[in-house]
Each structure stands twice: as structure tokens, then as C-alpha cells.
Design a protein around this ligand. Structure first.
Ligand SMILES: Cc1cc2nc3c(=O)[nH]c(=O)nc-3n(C[C@H](O)[C@H](O)[C@H](O)COP(=O)(O)OP(=O)(O)OC[C@H]3O[C@@H](n4cnc5c(N)ncnc54)[C@H](O)[C@@H]3O)c2cc1C
Length: 326
């Protein structure tokens, strides 16, 4: 098989790339994904987040090494292993990146990544839905669900206001700082993943091929130029080659791993694992910054979803409410 581009990983980034690269009809794009189909009930229904969070059928379910910075704890790192990648299992919160971060990138030399340019891209991609009104015409539905939130949420925001925090109506406007309801990538009560918004429309063009359940084991090279990938489906090994570029969009954990397995990384480390060095790149696999999420548990004096889901009758009623009202 020979393509113009090979995209490794059909996650958030890979789906967008498949869409953009396949817009010129003569360009042939191969997308290779280690996970399987996203046609699963608990991926489509937002409540399923609680199930896919630790389901190895759609999740790499990584555990980080013990970290001195968090008192020796080992953190659980879920990562999507399915078409759509982590956008198929994430919490659907839609919050734009910070204006000042993009401007910092541009100042540091990343031309074209400043806020003014990036904001236009956000606007092109988004299709907002707020109180029955639409704004924007992009492929990604961004819904305001604040009127449907549990009353505790308003209590929480009132407490934040009392303490002097900003509580903007929309975290995607202005500086993004403060506490607020976030918008959700949900459309008519169903998850709207990157696969829904970008990959499926691209597949309809006919010049994009998607391989599922195919694990890329390494990139192939001619000298230091990447020429394709070696991948495995079950016990069978295959090779795909490309005339243009191999794009590694396998996520924050797997991308550097794949580069190292391919011989791109710190030479000393690669040699200790018996990997032939293609190029000594000391920073590959370094500089990861995690953002910690900490769950607080409280006893509630008003029923929450947890109470309602705690009995078979409650689950039935929640299911019925979802079917009737989404
Ligand atoms: C549980 C969870 C909740 C989250 N909640 C939110 C949220 O509410 N809002 C938000 O903005 N962000 C959230 N995120 C983060 C967000 O989803 C990710 O930052 C984003 O999806 C990452 O995109 P990506 O393209 O870098 O990687 P991914 O979307 O993870 O895609 C990488 C893809 O590459 C595939 N792959 C990896 N290795 C190989 C290989 N060797 N061969 C072939 N394929 C491979 C993977 O299977 C995967 O499909 C959450 C993430 C998780 C896991």
C-alpha cells in the first residue's frame, strides 16, 4: 500500500488531520488506529464516561510510575484506544486553550500560532448551541447545558463568588480564568467526538482509508527520512509506505513511545533497550506535564445522580428520562 500521508492514531489530532489532508481529492491518506470501532452504546451516551474510564476494550488504562511529587502515589492515566481516541472517552468539557499561552508560543517562535490566528480557527470549527439558538457553522457541536445542571452547581458557584472568584458566563470568552459551567461537546444528548466531527465526513470523500485494530510498531526509514510504518493486526505484520509524510498523532504517551521504538530518541536510552538509533534526539520522551484531577467526596443533603443510579428502579427512571428528554 502506498499513500501520500500516513496518520498514526485516529484520536483528536488524527481525525482533524485526516479531514484537512484529504480535502484535495488527489491526496491519499491512510489513518491507522490501534483500537476498534467507536460504535458503542457507552461511548455515544454521555453517562457512559463512568464506564469507559476504566474499560480496557477502549482505553489503554495506563498507570504512571510512583511520583515523588505526589507523595509516591501511582496515578491512573486513562487514554482512549478506539476510533476517536481520547475524544471518544473524555468528559466532553469544551474549553478553549488560553489566549496568553498561544501568544507565548508565537513569541517563542511558533509563527501563526498566536491567539488572533488560533481564535479564527476555533470559530471555524465550532457550532455553538445555547438556549435553543445556534451560532457558528463548524462541524463540532458545543452545547450550553447549564440550565440542566444539579442545583448544587449553582450553590458551588455562589460560594466561589463569595470568595471573590470570577464566575464568567462562558469560559471560552475573555481570559478563561475563574469558575463556571463549561460547554460540552454534546449534540442532542449524544457525545460528539473528533471522529464524529472530522473523521466520518473525511471518510465519505473516498480518498481516506481507516485501518482499525492495527498497532503501529515502528516507523520505517530511508536514511533519516521516514518512508512508512510497520504495523500489526492480530499476528500479522504489514508495511505501509508513503510518498509524503508520516504523522505521529498517537497521543501524549504513545507518540514519544513510538518515536523511541523507531530509533528516534535519547541514544543512550535506546541502546539499553537494543534499539538501533536513527537519530539521537534527547528530548523525545521528556518534558511531560500532567494536570492532576482531584475528586472530592461529600455526603449530600439532596439527591444526586449517584442516589438515583443506586437502585434498579432509579436506573430505569434515569434511562426513561434520557430516552424521553435526552
Ligand atoms: C478520561 C478522560 C477525560 C478527559 N476529559 C476531557 C475534557 O472533558 N475536555 C477536554 O478538553 N479534554 C479532556 N481530556 C483530554 C482530551 O481528550 C485529550 O487531550 C485529547 O483527546 C488528546 O488528543 P490526541 O490526538 O493527542 O490523542 P488521543 O485522542 O488519545 O489519540 C491518540 C490515538 O492514537 C492511537 N494510538 C496510540 N498508539 C498507537 C499505535 N502505536 N498505533 C496505532 N494507533 C495508536 C490511540 O489508540 C488513540 O486512538 C480527557 C481525556 C481522558 C482520557
Amino acid at each position: 500500500m502506498e499513500f501520500d500521508y500516513i496518520v498514526v492514531g485516529a484520536g483528536s489530532a488524527g481525525c482533524v488531520l485526516a479531514d484537512r489532508l484529504s480535502r484535495s481529492p488527489g491526496t491519499r491518506v491512510l489513518v491507522i488506529e490501534a483500537g476498534g470501532s467507536d460504535a458503542r452504546f457507552w461511548i455515544k451516551v454521555p453517562l457512559g464516561y463512568g464506564f469507559t474510564f476504566s474499560d480496557p476494550k477502549v482505553n489503554w488504562c495506563y498507570t504512571a510510575e510512583a511520583d515523588a511529587g505526589i507523595n509516591g502515589r501511582e496515578a491512573y492515566w486513562p487514554r482512549g484506544k478506539v476510533v476517536g481516541g481520547s475524544s471518544s472517552i473524555n468528559a466532553m468539557a469544551y474549553v478553549r486553550g488560553l489566549k496568553q499561552d498561544f501568544d507565548d508560543w508565537e513569541t517563542a517562535g511558533a509563527n501563526g500560532w498566536g491567539w488572533d490566528t488560533v481564535r479564527q480557527t476555533y470559530e471555524r470549527v465550532e457550532h455553538h448551541w445555547e438556549n435553543g439558538r445556534a451560532r457558528g457553522e463548524g462541524p463540532l457541536r458545543v452545547s450550553d447545558l447549564s440550565t440542566r445542571m444539579h442545583p448544587f452547581s449553582e450553590t458551588f458557584l455562589n460560594a466561589a463568588r463569595d470568595l471573590g472568584w470570577k464566575t464568567p458566563d462562558d469560559m471560552n470568552e475573555g481570559s478563561c480564568e475563574g469558575l463556571s459551567y463549561y460547554r460540552s461537546t454534546v449534540r442532542n444528548g449524544l457525545r460528539r467526538s473528533a471522529a464524529d466531527a472530522f473523521l466520518r465526513p473525511a471518510l465519505k470523500r473516498g480518498n481516506v482509508q481507516l485501518l482499525k485494530n492495527a498497532l503501529v510498531e515502528k516507523l520505517t526509514f530511508s536514511g533519516t527520512r521516514a518512508t512508512g510504518v510497520q504495523y500489526r493486526i492480530g499476528d500479522q505484520r504489514h508495511v505501509a509506505t508513503c510518498k509524503g509524510e508520516v504523522i505521529v498523532s498517537a497521543g501524549a504517551v504513545n507518540s514519544p513511545q513510538l518515536l523511541q521504538l523507531s530509533g528516534l530518541g535519547p541514544a543512550d536510552l535506546l541502546k539499553t533497550h537494543g534499539i538501533d538509533v536513527v537519530q539521537n534526539l534527547g528530548q523525545v520522551g521528556k518534558g511531560m506535564q500532567d494536570h492532576l484531577a482531584i475528586t472530592h467526596h461529600f455526603a449530600a443533603n439532596r439527591p444526586t445522580l449517584n442516589d438515583r443510579l443506586g437502585t434498579p428502579f432509579g436506573r430505569m427512571m434515569v434511562g426513561l428520562q434520557y430516552l424521553l428528554t435526552r
